[in-house]
Design a protein. Structure first.
Lengths: 279, 279
């Protein structure tokens, strides 16, 4: 089933939406794939419409085609469509309503349990399991896979949003979707068709000069760039009726006080209880 | 500059290359974006040819368009083209020659130093900084960004490979590219044109049934799928003159003994020394 492609914006238009006046000059390499990537928006409102048959398989094939450290494939994904389960997961994630609205909710799992089962069947202890490095590899594997699934979904006219708030209570997530020891829901993802209320603009990002460093890290000029970005994000927020207006205030609200972690300050003991060593 | 697109394979051909006989049926949604994602190969041999002007900016725009937790943008990227620096980085990464060969080497950085500088300039302590959750967010942000850059690069006919071995000695990486406290090179990435020797086949992955779970995690049938995948990967390895033949042996070689971590068993103390708390 060939699916028509999203509208292709020019480099100049795409870069202006993503960076405002700080956009780098257009004129470099450009094609419809890059246009698709730049058009990403996180969507928090969905129509109930079901996904076409075969959509999950296409997203998973894209996800599995991402790189994975040493081909260990230390990730899994739980596809949740059951309304009762979605409601339970929404409750973990501070009652985000879009988790219940979307037709498909994905729980992306950092999963070393499969490798552990392999070791057990072969009669071997895998010494590398109880290390921070192993957890990190599994989380990165899951992230690379999830991002490919996002790109595939958006190419089909679907929208997505990552749900980090599953980490507010990872053990409850594990209970809801039946994860074994060594499997951790690192984030969720809504997939579906954006509702009229859910459709949003492309969100501006920090200027490239802040994020890219040539040969050596160099934060010169960062303060000035931040002030300009604050102004850009303030007008974006005003257009969308959002409360927190500048990037500076956003960072302070999110990182200033431990309460903002919503329970994620207990992540180390949670991970240890869930079968991950963090040596 | 509009760049011609890579060849578009059909769903049936793409899925057969990625899964062998265990491929899910074609017939679901399909387009040239998904075809591109499924065609990914990690490439470990590069021609010296320079990249077209504007390539880095296009890759970074794609990277910055990926989702980022609460828009915190806790990542940076160091673009390394200096042969002396690439040689130093290759030495950290077990002398992988492709790091010296490729015209552009990217060091993807989990970066909370920018947010720390913001806090310092605003006269505030960001209480959330010294937590495992914050490091995890930064590593995931970097991974989502890097994967978008990979997709953009491959859409331009370039090839990439992730280099996790930068984590064999993160403090040496930090010295080479001048990272401040709170900035950690989570992985590297070669970018360039595949040489004849570097060109490879699509590597088969585990069957979808092993990785995807519906509503609830279910490892039934996993053993049988693993045996079939072992055989598939064995014939892939034989075609490529690779030593380790089955997936089972690959996992055991990589996860069985601590020595295989090549120093990454010290990651916790390294991260603490580099300005990350892991409470």
């Amino acid at each position: 089933m060939d699916v028509s492609l999203p509208a292709v914006l020019s480099a100049a238009d795409s870069l202006a939406l993503r960076y405002g006046p700080a956009a780098p000059p257009a004129g470099g390499p450009w094609n419809e794939h890059i246009s698709l990537l730049l058009s990403h928006r996180s969507v928090r409102g969905y129509r109930p419409d079901a996904l076409p048959s075969g959509t999950l398989e296409a997203l998973v094939a894209a996800a599995q085609s991402a790189a994975t450290s040493s081909n260990l494939q230390t990730w899994s994904v739980i596809a949740v469509t059951d309304p009762a389960k979605k409601a339970e997961l929404a409750k973990v994630a501070a009652n985000q309503r879009h988790i219940e609205q979307c037709p498909l909710f994905l729980v992306w799992v950092a999963d070393i349990s499969r490798n552990q089962r392999l070791g057990a069947e072969e009669g071997l202890t895998l010494e590398v399991i109880p290390y921070q490095e192993t957890f990190l590899v599994a989380a990165i594997d899951a992230a690379l896979a999830a991002q490919n699934a996002t790109v595939a979904a958006e190419s089909l006219g679907l929208s997505c949003v990552y749900i980090g708030a599953l980490r507010n209570n990872p053990r409850e997530v594990a209970r809801i979707v039946g994860l074994p020891s060594g499997a951790f829901g690192v984030f969720g993802m809504c997939v579906g068709y954006a509702s009229a209320a859910g459709a949003t603009e492309v969100k501006p990002r920090l200027p490239q000069d802040v994020v890219v460093h040539h040969e050596t890290y160099d934060a010169t000029g960062e303060s000035g760039h931040r002030k300009a970005y604050d102004a850009l994000l303030q007008s974006f927020s005003a257009r969308h009726g959002m409360a927190i207006d500048t990037w500076t205030r956003r960072v302070i609200n999110r990182m200033g006080k431990i309460a903002a972690l919503s329970g994620r300050d207990k992540l180390v003991s949670t991970l240890n209880a869930m079968g991950f060593g963090l040596k």
